[in-house]
Ligand binder design. Sequence first.
Ligand code: ADP
Length: 486
Amino acid sequence: MRVLHVCTEIYPLLKTGGLADVAGALPAAQAREGCDARVLVPGFPALRAGILDQQPVAELGSVFGAASVRLLRGVLPDSGVSAYVIDAPDLYDRPGNPYADAANHAYPDNLQRFALLGWVAARMAEGLDPAWRPQVVHAHDWHAGLAPAYLKAAEHATGRKLAGSVQTIHNLAYQGNFPGHLFGYLGLPAHFFDINGVEFHGQCSFLKAGLFFADKITTVSPTYAREIQHAEQGCGLDGLLRARANDLSGILNGVDDAVWNPAVDAAIPARYDAGMPAGKRACKAALQREAGLAVRDDGPLFVIVSRLTEQKGLHLVLAALPLIVQRGGQFMLLGSGDKALEDAFRAAAADQPQSVAVRIGYDEQLSHRLIAAGDVILVPSRFEPCGLTQLYGLKYGTLPLVRRVGGLADTVVDASLENLGDGLATGFVFEAFDESGIGAALRRAFALYEREADWRQVQALGMRQQFDWDAAADHYAALYQQIATT
Ligand code: ADP
């Protein structure tokens, strides 16, 4: 099976969120199972620099406002997965964040930048690389959402289906909506600008295009797949998703064991596993020293690694910090994003330096040290398509405390008395998105921390959970079988 993943980030070369982890791990897992999975990415500087052995495949000339566009083919380091790179310096050769300028304003030509990505994907299905033509084009998030639309347009023009298509939603809140008058730049048939097509409340919506035109739609957890069919989490697209319910499924993300595994992790000061938890205590003490926190183990250390956005429910954590500190707990956050949240967390750390530590920024190595050192990882999201840090927490014996939403609901079992009795508990789960909801879950965490044997039992069960990419790869393989061209 020949599959082309169309995406914008790939761990470890370029990452702003969970999408990169998926794009780094899923094609590699598929390749291990014998699938010829490749990736197509824009030639952002980090990807141009990091993808090995790039060779020209095709000249595309001047398209989407770029003076000269080429398709290159190289290899991802480590996994050896083949990677096609769109070399279009006018559109992609910009420093920093791939989507926005230094002031965090979306680039004014993002419509052209990401239309080119979808367009090249469809051209590849037409045979742009004479040596390799995908049977399935797998588009990730809004950036790749026009790929299914261009494929459909080519199908209309040629009278034959060029490739099956899958649109995966990693986060429905990011839709790639642009003013409707720009539709003409896309080069799609005029009748595609319609409620049954690209048009969304008068705008061009890249994600809606993917959701409308793809053969299959997936998202990254079964619960999120259900939630987005309702108004509360549907971001205005719930009607379309309900109409396509038969083609929509949720496939849970996995954890890349080569990157996130406390038994072999070179980024943490001591290695450990479920049978040898002493290393975890050493990780906690080392982080406390590093962060200037009091070095002690008589209370739980709560950690967070997150983008600082409204989605992540971090105002609830700010409100709960006094409770954490009063009860003898400690807290450390690593994250960046919303300036008001950054300032509020900084101020909390300045107030209570023995108990609260904050690092604003993006730091892959530190994220490992935090997750290894913590007793509890907090993920109180308003919505969460899958969530990865709670999965890392499980693997590292750092009990997740999460809201019962999206992938968090699918992956963590609350330490209620009955779940503890039945040996099912792996963390703490709360329902109401308010201070009382998170407060009750925090009290459960403090209570369990006092009962060391019960704590160890929950921790050990969490560490044994399997969220591997091979299982996800099997689910995607079954889906591809239904839609692949020959
Ligand atoms: P989202 O994709 O919504 O940001 P996920 O939990 O799915 O949330 O994935 C977030 C990924 O980004 C995780 O791998 C997490 O460890 C990482 N991450 C988030 N913020 C930071 C940070 N400040 N430093 C290092 N890694 C981070």
